[in-house]
Design a protein around this ligand. Structure first.
Ligand SMILES: *Cc1c(COP(=O)(O)O)cnc(C)c1O
Length: 368
């Protein structure tokens, strides 16, 4: 469509549009000039970064981590999650995967030869897992369970009590719990997203993934971390030591600087996403399209108006308004009836998108 000259507004991309803060770029440039930083990093990642992660966890969550055994540098959390699955699950074994959820979970399980089964999530429960609804056969078979809050695509957030339940469920069913916290710092007002490691003895069963990508606008830098259960960390680092040789040292050192900062810049960015969210939410409300107002992430998870399917609605917006959104079904079967709007354009662009939505004859659709 762009080649045809259509001015397409992309609300599909799940990556922040804001630039990486200058102090982090300065730290990268400084570190990149030192020849000592041009060699291989330790397989586990450099000491400075692992210590920065540990100190971030102490300050933010009151959780103590041993930087030698309970923290691992990742080349972005995506590879860490995909490799953890390969490291701890054998072909044919079962993994509980949120539906709807981040598509990498399901494909990584598939690539490892294991079997993904649904961890049911739905709007009635605010997209918190309904552990009591998990099929007995799934519970018995599962070796690993994946969680993600604040969530992509649903923008759902939870309280610590959900993690208490999740840890108890994991112990009861002898499975490893892997929590993806890609949006841990993008939260609004006084809401703070908890860490699963705040649950007493969570380290017995849980590993958590963090990333600089979304919170510091560093998607292309490829830097994240895994923390928690040391056996899982060990398994993941053993696999990774045969595949990669950790991240470029200056990137780790700059990321350490970011995590050790006062996070004022993160708060400022979160406010930008909150303002965009409020604006789009109000516009959708005027149009009769309902969506929960989220407490975090860079997304709105909206109910597709009748009689459209998710795919038909996304197609209508693209064809008739030049707006890209993501149909909920891209995130699993349970996403039918919903769509994800990414708030990753500036307010001016968002205003243009809203004008186009207002001009669109949504009710006139035939739903096919
Ligand atoms: C973006 C995203 C990731 C990947 O983050 P990277 O650290 O850049 O690999 C992981 N999980 C979720 C839910 C995401 O939205």
């Amino acid at each position: 469509m762009q080649a045809r000259g259509v001015d397409v507004i992309d609300l599909g991309i799940g990556a922040p549009d804001l630039p990486t803060p200058a102090f982090i770029i300065d730290a990268l440039a400084e570190a990149a000039r030192l020849p000592a930083n041009h060699r291989y990093s330790s397989y586990y990642g450099c000491r400075e970064f692992r210590e920065a992660v540990a100190s971030f966890y102490r300050q933010r969550y009151g959780v103590e981590l041993n930087p030698d055994t309970e923290v691992l540098t990742l080349i972005g959390s995506k590879e860490g999650i995909a490799h953890l699955i390969q490291a701890v699950v054998n072909p044919g074994e079962t993994v509980l995967v949120p539906n709807p959820g981040y598509p990498v979970y399901r494909s990584a399980v598939h690539l490892s030869g294991a079997k993904a089964v649904d961890l049911p999530l739905d709007a009635t429960n605010g997209y918190a897992p309904k552990f009591s609804d998990v099929k007995k056969s799934y519970k018995d078979a599962a070796k690993l369970m994946l969680l993600n809050y604040p969530a992509n695509p649903t923008a759902a957030t939870i309280e610590l009590s959900t993690y208490l339940e999740a840890v108890a469920f994991s112990k009861e069913n002898q499975l490893l719990l892997a929590n993806d916290m890609a949006y841990d710092l993008i939260t609004f007002r006084d809401y703070q997203s908890p860490s699963v490691l705040q649950v007493p003895d969570a380290k017995d069963v849980a590993i958590e993934f963090g990333s600089l990508s979304k919170s510091f606008n560093m998607t292309g830098w490829r830097i994240g971390y895994a923390v928690g259960n040391k056996d899982a960390i060990k398994a993941l680092s053993t696999l990774k030591s045969n595949l990669d040789s950790s991240q470029f040292l200056p990137i780790q050192l700059a990321a350490a600087r970011a995590l050790e900062s006062d996070l004022a810049v993160v708060k400022k960015h979160a406010t930008v996403f909150e303002k965009r969210m409020e604006k789009m939410h109000a516009a959708l409300q005027r149009l009769g399209i309902s969506a929960e107002k989220p407490r975090g992430t860079i997304f709105l998870w909206v109910q597709v108006p009748k009689p459209y399917t998710s795919a038909a609605f996304a197609e209508k917006l693209l064809e008739d308004a030049g707006i890209i959104i993501t149909p909920g079904t891209a995130f699993g079967t349970a996403g039918e009836g919903y769509a994800r709007i990414a708030l990753t354009v500036d307010e001016q662009r968002l205003d243009e998108a809203i004008i186009r939505l207002e001009q669109l004859d949504i009710k006139g659709g035939n739903g096919t």
